[in-house]
Design a protein around this ligand. Structure first.
Ligand code: NIG
Ligand code: FE
Length: 414
């Protein structure tokens, strides 16, 4: 069945160039087609044009956008959506002056979530995660990456990855899975970090690969977590099983994670709150996508990544939510785009490009997602009438989304 959307005020994010990413200066340009129509066929975008040449199409559902704007769905390339419960206790600790690292050292943080995940059934985890999935779908996300990393034992890592698989099979949006066994050292290995890394490489990665549960492998390469050498070892092991790397790097310190990620051809290096010129230089000319998670800097009250410096150096950059219970308890990509504009001085066009095509690229998916392109998956949302593109990040809490179409199907109707 086809869907014809007519009377669109403007289609944003058209791209027929075939490019997989948008770099540097080009990030400030976004193609907009005013007074337009768009038609889907099956789960794909078939065609679009201007209203003065509206085609007659037999046998299709018609949606009148009434001047609303049409945007490509957000692609959220970094989340930890499957977790048990929430962590407001630590939120209060933070208000009272403890840092994220201090909380982690006391056995809170990731280990706290791992304990709770251990005590929660797969069905219950799935139920809680699907509430968050419904929430992000309603806020315009159409492709999401979800990490494990709250298991930290072989059995519990498989459990969380099976929940991600179930979400992938049942949710309306598209899902990619990342194995993050090296998120923290599991309790049974306390004080034996090297042994834990060995366990990740020898036992966990092969088991995850055997069940086909992950697309990517991740490591928290940072001060107080995993070293550059350990990260390299895990990435190399992942490569043997066809798992490309997406690395947590430089959140708490300049960790060496950016350089080792680039060296291993990682798909992305994420966080980047601590970045020097040398790290920007290391990324130049590489295919590794620097990915920023401003919701984390906002929540922790730490410095934001130097987005301007990176874009001005000619890099492509991506944006993602980091949705997790400890450092970013929100998957609102529109707010991420607003933070990018307000706190990192990215223009609305740069921020939207970073949260769509470039974040799709950070999942290796920009051939099918991330822009309004004939033949790409029909993932888009329609807003009410907007005065300009900048209104989207500017009016950051105003609910403007009226219709959501994922894989060609209407998920939300005005
Ligand atoms: O991306 N930095 C590491 N992992 C998450 C936080 C996980 C947690 O605290 O539960 C992050 O910020
Ligand atoms: Fe993260």
């Amino acid at each position: 069945m086809s869907l014809l959307v007519k009377n669109i005020g403007a289609i944003v994010g058209i791209d027929e160039s075939g490019r997989e990413r948008i770099e540097g200066k080009a990030m400030s340009e976004i193609t907009i087609l005013e007074k337009a129509w768009l038609v889907t066929e099956g789960d794909r975008i078939k065609d679009y044009g201007t209203m003065d040449k509206l085609p007659h199409i037999e046998d299709c559902e018609v949606l009148n956008a009434e001047g609303g704007w049409l945007f490509p769905s957000f692609c959220d390339s970094h989340t930890h959506i499957v977790y048990a419960g929430s962590r407001e206790r630590e939120f209060l600790d933070k208000i009272n002056g403890l840092s994220y690292e201090e909380i982690a050292k006391r056995g809170g943080g990731i280990l706290n979530s791992a304990d709770r995940l251990h005590d929660t059934s797969e069905d219950e985890l799935y139920r809680q995660a699907m509430e968050r999935i419904d929430e992000i779908v309603g806020m315009g996300t159409g492709l999401v990456e979800i990490k494990s990393g709250y298991g930290l034992t072989l059995e519990d890592e498989l459990k969380i990855l099976r929940v991600i698989r179930r979400i992938r099979q049942t949710a309306p949006l598209e899902v990619r899975a990342t194995f993050l066994g090296a998120h923290a050292v599991g309790r049974a290995y306390a004080g034996r970090q090297e042994d834990y890394v060995e366990h990740v490489c020898r036992d966990m990665i092969p088991a995850v690969a055997r069940e086909g549960l992950a697309d990517f492998v991740d490591v928290f390469c940072d001060r107080g977590f995993f070293t550059v050498e350990q990260t390299a070892k895990i990435m190399a092991e992942g490569e043997k099983y066809g798992l490309r790397a997406k690395i947590h790097a430089n959140e708490l310190a300049v960790s060496g994670g950016v350089e080792i990620g680039v060296e291993h051809g990682a798909l992305s290096v994420d966080h980047l709150e601590s970045m020097g010129d040398a790290q920007i230089e290391a990324l130049r000319g590489s295919k590794t996508m620097p990915t920023m998670l401003p919701g984390c800097a906002f929540f922790l009250g730490i410095g934001y990544p130097p987005a301007r410096k990176m874009i001005d150096a000619g890099l492509a950059v991506a944006l993602a939510s980091d949705f997790n219970p400890g450092t970013a308890p929100s998957g609102n990509m529109r707010f991420v785009v607003s933070l990018a504009s307000i706190k990192m001085k990215m223009t609305p066009a740069e921020a939207i490009n970073a949260a769509t095509l470039n974040s799709a690229c950070a999942m290796g998916e920009s051939r099918d997602y991330g822009s309004i392109t004939r033949g790409k998956v029909a993932n888009f949302y329609i807003t009410r009438e907007l005065p300009s593109l900048a209104y989207l990040p500017y009016a950051h809490q105003t609910p403007v989304i009226r219709n959501i179409i994922l894989k060609g199907k209407q998920i939300k109707r005005a």
